[in-house]
Design a protein around this ligand. Sequence first.
Ligand code: G3P
Ligand code: CA
Length: 266
Amino acid sequence: MTRTLAALMTLLATGIAGAAEPKVEIVGHRGASFDAPENTVAAIKLAWEQKADASEFDIYLTKDGKLVVIHDATTKRTAGTDLKVADSTLKELRELDAGKWKGAKWAGEKLPTLDEMLATVPDGKRVFIEVKCGPEAVPEMDRVIKASKLKPEQTCVIAFNADVIAATKRACPDLQSLWLVSLSGKKPKTAEELIAKAKEIKADGLDLSATPAVLDAAFGKKVKDAGLKLYVWTVDDVELAKKMIAAGAESITTNKPGWLREQLAK
Ligand code: G3P
Ligand code: CA
């Protein structure tokens, strides 16, 4: 084989490898929640099977001070019975079925605890823990994360409530924490306003709604130039994902992690 031919083959191989591995981090939203019941152990395990780099899920504090994984403040939508999580004990919540609403094959899935979700995380993968209640959840979250097998870089905390991010950074400054903001309202905050608030609460970055009318390359550059990370949610459309990557997103949360990775590799 001539040297020129060998160089050409290396170039082709690199190109193919590059195409097969999108540089952006792909994060399962509530697990692989298009295919499995959101925020369950089955959904997060499916996200790992679908080769997600990370998986997001939501947590609330129960009446007896435990952290349970659920998106809504009540159990009605995903478990049928209408219990307010903050007014229920973990034992009461664990009696519910959080899988069968998605299909008979998922019947028997429980509302998971935070430690059960962390126990599923393979080496080299990470989780996004979204705190849906207030800063009162932070001490127990910190305890459970520290008691888990995970390295600090395998957990990331996200929250819309800026006080939660500030409390997380005070309790565990080494834990990556990003402030969640929706840009989809009538008067979205400017990049400058978001950067100022993110700095005030010592956030490591912004986790923004994928709103291309607002989040363009100029917006993304301001965030990055301020030394902040830029992540986006929730993207199930490949063209939108490409726009967000062009705007500077380093991490994309999606309900379909396996599918999105395949589409971006084309
Ligand atoms: O990843 C952030 C995203 O999960 C925020 O929205 O309502 O799905 O929790 P939501
Ligand atoms: Ca969430």
